[in-house]
Design a protein around this ligand. Structure first.
Ligand code: PMP
Length: 355
């Protein structure tokens, strides 16, 4: 390792994003992108965008976009924070809500693997709470920790399991003395968002994204919703790092996209019905499939290993995600694609399982 690097840069284990392959064209079911195109209104906003305006910095507080998000989510713009992807917002949560010399954050062992990376990067202690045998999260075990704040992905990744809103509300209420961050990246495919609870609970922060439900992973935009004081804390930390994380094109396209509720509802229900068809197709081929509320399924074959399935699919031009990690190394995470993509996946599996 280069001697000019800091100890942190030398020692840190970065998050490994899913592969964006360059060698050939794959049926790409490995990074939970939406198979359907962005809203026609978003595309129209992109086409109408005035390139000349790029000579000016964007609004540092993304105000017009926050207004559009607030209108769609039924909150006030003061309750909305925008970032360069929800990853950036989740990262900012660590310096905003956790002390390096405190009890830190608590989250599950099998959840979004960026959380421990953020914690390590910002020097925040963290407590890991194991999921149950069936991969459900016992919220009481998170509540029983002495952490400064709690983080839950709902639906969880990579399991896809969702926690009903009523259970989430009881959890948020029980933890009124500390911040509860709910990562709702996959909530469009579940439909039990805790955003309405932010009006009642000052300790609740919801983090959402345009990447999955709005088919805009390429534009990099996420948002958080919560009490004004939590939002102001994020804003302060953002302004210690980057005043303009959300560019002009992104603000215009995302504002148009979130206003198109009709298109969003239609595309989301297509993904949900394909998810059920894909889950059934996998079960019929000998897979154990966790009940998913997300736009991906987490599945393990009765006879074949997780890596073997991943490699066999890759060889046949289909990319899925494999994690060589404790508890989940026999599983593959498969993004719900279009009907054609899901058929291609099932056909590739048939070819592999016949051999
Ligand atoms: N949360 C979870 C649980 C995710 O799986 C992802 C996508 N990798 C994100 C947040 C981040 O999404 P984005 O930065 O594209 O908004």
């Amino acid at each position: 390792m280069n001697a000019f690097l800091s100890k942190k840069a030398q020692g840190i284990a970065p998050y490994v994003a899913g592969e964006q392959p360059k060698d050939k064209k794959y049926v790409k079911l490995n990074t939970n992108e939406n198979p359907y195109p962005p809203s026609p209104k978003a595309v129209q906003a992109l086409r109408a965008f005035e390139a000349d305006s790029l000579k000016l910095y964007p609004a540092p507080d993304s105000f017009a976009l926050r207004e559009a998000i607030a209108a769609a989510e039924g909150v006030r713009p003061e309750n909305v924070f925008c970032g360069n992807g929800s990853d950036e917002i989740l990262a900012l949560c660590f310096p905003a809500f956790f002390d390096a010399d405190g009890t830190g954050a608590a989250f599950a062992d099998v959840t979004y693997s960026f959380y421990p990376v953020f914690a390590a990067f910002f020097g925040i202690p963290h407590t890991i709470v194991p999921l149950e045998e069936d991969f459900t999260l016992d919220l009481a075990k998170l509540t029983a920790t002495d952490a400064q704040g709690l983080i839950v992905a709902n639906p969880n990744a990579p399991t896809g399991i969702g926690i009903p809103l009523s259970e989430m509300e009881a959890f948020v209420a029980q933890n009124g003395h500390r911040v509860v961050i709910i990562d709702e990246a996959y909530m469009p495919f579940f439909g039990e968002s805790a955003v309405p609870l932010t009006k009642k609970y000052k300790n609740l922060l919801i983090v959402k994204t345009f990447s999955k439900g709005y088919s805009l992973a390429g534009i990099r935009c996420g948002y958080a919703i919560g009490d004004e004081q939590l939002i102001a804390g994020l804003e302060r930390c953002k302004d210690c790092f980057n005043s303009y994380p959300v560019d002009r094109i992104c603000q215009a396209v995302c504002a148009a996209s979130i206003a198109d509720a009709e298109y969003f509802a239609k595309m989301t229900s297509l993904v949900v019905s394909e998810r059920e068809r894909l889950s059934d197709g996998l079960r019929a081929r000998g897979f154990f499939v966790l009940p998913s509320k997300a736009n991906f399924v987490f599945a393990k074959h009765e006879q074949k290993g997780g890596r073997e399935v991943y490699e066999a699919l890759r060889l046949r031009g289909v990319l899925v995600r494999y994690f060589a990690k404790p508890r989940i190394s026999e599983f593959c995470r498969i993004t719900v694609g279009s009907a054609e993509e899901n058929d291609a996946l099932l056909a590739a599996l048939d070819d592999f399982l016949r051999k």
